[in-house]
Design a protein around this ligand. Structure first.
Ligand code: URA
Length: 259
């Protein structure tokens, strides 16, 4: 196996990063500094060290995480809690998040050290579907639903969104639902707005533009107050994971996502 592949698959970093680590002399093979990332090594016999610590081969890893609201999808942040604060450091060196969720969005977020897996899920031309559960202020009438299904303009200079799927489950007013909604975006609701119309539903999109669900619903007059991603491709969030918990994907789940 190539040295850079070994390092990337042992959660040291992305392929591009570990190549630089090797070139910069941070990696030893059997006690000797090696600066050639393409060097062939034997993962069963050779001793590989990164920054003088022996690297154990982990292979490719895949995790599903139930993201809570209030943390940002980034490795580090000077002010906010990040998704990595919920993960066990020992297993997460070199692991990265697949796509992003907004700070106030909850639900399914994947992590891996497999760049090809990330590419398959994230590349715009792969059209992987992502389903979001939402509560929003506003109403969704027939014409809004038709517009969301066909595509809407969500920003200056942006092309129409790709056709989406929309399912509306409940319509009513805030007062009716206030005990069942966990609202992450509350500034716009106060006690004088109890009769504001509200809608609950599921939006499935196959793109990943910034704040896309919120902006699509805004384009038809709705303001999202709660958002949770519940599925990506054929993979649904394991609801036995509490907010902030994660687990490895099974082989079958990984296959479902990439086949
Ligand atoms: N769309 C959004 O608006 N926010 C997210 O976090 C994900 C999709």
């Amino acid at each position: 196996m190539r040295l850079d592949k070994f390092l990337a698959q042992s959660s040291v970093g992305r392929r591009i990063e570990v190549r630089n680590y090797v070139k910069e002399g941070m990696v030893k093979v059997n006690g000797e500094v090696i600066t050639e990332p393409a060097m062939e090594i034997n993962e069963s016999f050779d001793v590989i060290e990164y920054l003088d610590k022996v690297v154990h081969y982990t292979g490719k890893v895949y995790y599903m995480f139930n993201k809570p609201a209030g943390c940002i999808t980034a490795r580090k942040d000077a002010v906010n809690k990040t998704v990595f604060d919920y993960l066990d450091d020992a297993h997460m060196n070199g692991v990265f998040h697949v796509g992003r969720l907004d700070k106030d969005t909850e639900g399914l977020l994947l992590f891996t050290n497999d760049g090809e897996f990330e590419h398959k899920l994230m590349h715009p031309q792969k059209h992987v579907e992502k389903t979001y559960f939402f509560w929003a202020l506003g109403t969704l009438e027939e014409e809004d639903i038709k517009a969301l299904k066909q595509g809407v303009y969500i920003g200056k200079g942006e092309i129409l969104t790709k056709p989406a799927k929309i399912e509306v489950d409940k319509h009513g007013v805030y007062e009716q639902f206030k005990n069942e909604i966990s609202i992450n975006n509350l500034e716009s609701i106060d006690s004088t707005h109890y009769n504001q119309p509200m809608v609950l539903g599921y939006l499935t999109i196959s793109e990943g533009r910034k704040h896309q669900v919120k902006r699509m619903l805004k384009a038809v007059g709705c303001y999202v107050v709660y958002l949770k991603r519940i599925s990506i491709g054929g993979l649904t969030l394991d609801e036995s994971l509490k907010k902030g918990q994660y687990r490895s994907l099974t082989e079958q789940e990984v296959k479902k996502l990439v086949e």
